[in-house]
Ligand binder design. Structure first.
Ligand SMILES: [Zn+2]
Ligand SMILES: [Zn+2]
Length: 253
């Protein structure tokens, strides 16, 4: 399996996943044109995408889904309520596939799991092929036992490290927004990500990418340095960070 983070952060999210027989996008939170540009920048062909799979209906995850899926005549997969939340973005007759639980798509196994976020429902995903498991876990206020149990299966992890609590509280956002971000249905802080990784990290985890960083309340260096403090130095080289403007390397798992 290969994957590439096309965008991550509150201004847009999309992850490319390639299996042996298929290519999919998890979320399309940028314009279709920007997604195409970012795919092509890594020599990936937009026309080869077979489906879009959605985590939740927030705009930073669905902005371009209607146009992109319509342009390439591909189906949009998601929880029924997530699909209900994006009808405004779809053209009449566009193909959607409601999923409520684990499903397969052309050899890839997808296992959604619920995460606490201020958009109901929001899901993380385990993406699995040939015994290799990629976990995608962003947009959550805190880590539940069920989330932990899912992430323990991962060999690679894209994990939210949204904000530094001091930058958030001392920053320019109005109080209600600070409260929302730091709250139980908001976003994981660098420390939250560090504490979780302290528990999860081990020889079986090959790659961890910290993502969904706040532009205002975090920096890539701060996220990386904070999370590193929680994990053993032998694993530091497996940790990287993705910022909003950039496309990640194409990872092999
Ligand atoms: Zn988001
Ligand atoms: Zn969200």
């Amino acid at each position: 399996m290969k994957y590439c983070i096309l965008a991550s952060g509150s201004r847009g999210n999309s992850i490319y996943v390639e299996g042996r027989d298929t290519r999919v996008l998890i979320d399309v939170g940028l314009s279709a044109r920007e997604i195409e540009n970012r795919l092509r920048s890594k020599n990936l062909d937009p026309a080869a995408i077979d489906a879009v799979i959605l985590t939740h209906a927030h705009n930073d995850h669905v902005k371009g889904v209607g146009v992109f899926a319509n342009r390439y005549k591909i189906p949009v997969y998601g929880h029924p309520e997530t699909l209900d939340g994006i009808t405004r973005l779809l053209k009449p007759g566009q193909k959607v596939q409601a999923t409520n639980g684990p499903f397969q798509f052309r050899g890839i196994h997808l296992t959604p799991f619920r995460v606490p976020h201020d958009c109901e429902p929001t899901h993380g995903f385990l993406v699995q092929e040939d015994g290799r498991v990629l976990a995608i876990c962003t947009d959550l206020g805190y880590v539940t036992p069920d989330i932990r149990a899912h992430l323990k299966q991962a060999h690679a992890l894209i994990l939210e490290s949204n904000h530094d609590p001091e930058m958030l509280m001392g920053g320019p956002y109005p109080f209600h927004l600070k409260d929302r971000i730091a709250g139980r249905t908001g976003h994981l802080s660098n420390h939250n990500a560090g504490e979780l990784l302290q528990e999860l990290i081990g020889p079986h985890i090959r790659q961890v990418v910290l993502g969904h960083l706040s532009n205002e309340n975090n920096t890539p260096e701060l996220a990386l340095n904070t999370v590193r403090r929680y994990i053993s130095p032998e694993y530091h080289s497996r940790l990287s960070v993705i910022e909003q403007r950039t496309v990640s390397e194409v990872y092999h798992l």
